[in-house]
Design a protein around this ligand. Sequence first.
Ligand code: AMP
Length: 249
Amino acid sequence: MRRIMVGVKRVVDYNVRVRVKPDNTGVITEGVKMSLNPFDEIALEEALRIKEKGLADEVLAVSIGVADTQQQLRTALAMGADRAILVQTDAVVPPLSVAKIFRQLIDKEQPFLVLLGKQAIDDDNGQTAQMLAALWDRPQAVSCSKIEIGDGKATVTREVDAGLEVNEVDLPAVMSVDLRLNEPRYVKLPDIMKAKKKPLDTMSLGDFGIGDAPAFKTVRVDPPPTRSKGIMVKDVAELVDALKKKGLV
Ligand code: AMP
């Protein structure tokens, strides 16, 4: 079975204006719209396209998160994933633990490709793919903007400062995806109905021998400083004057 494993994280929807909790311990997620991490939607879309080209047999979506993450996994199944696994926990799971869980699932599921987002938009770590490749001792291609699967190898394109970089990687490999790779499909109603019947297995951190004691502690979360009120100027002379007064010119 040629399998692709895709990591999908539940995050606060990118359209939501994130608010910090009054006690500064984190951001408010209660009553807030949650979605698939946008980069993970792109990773999933790419996996589905590879399967539709006949280059894979199964797409497995994996998420580590709270019980309600089932909703995002059902969305992934409605998009076209064949199966889903939820590793259920209320704990904040740092990238190294996520990578360790994926590493163990790889032994069980034997994917030829693991597709992740280049970063989760909640914590902006951008670390999981790199850590997983190291733990698995397999090649990594990060921030891919084009992926072509060949025989035992893949050709990936990455946007770098100087232009486009094309690399060849041996498979199996870990890849993380960038924004311009593709445009994820919309989920259609019949697919939502069909997704209800697709397998969604639930596991726990204990199944992976990983405790939920955090390896790091978030000391404090503060909102960005609010912008001070601007002033209106009549003309350039007044603008220069105002800048001078502030010592900016
Ligand atoms: P990060 O290193 O936290 O920025 O996450 C990079 C990518 O790793 C995400 O885009 C996901 O594909 C995957 N990932 C991170 N955390 C999780 C999680 N809790 N569940 C599933 N996938 C995750």
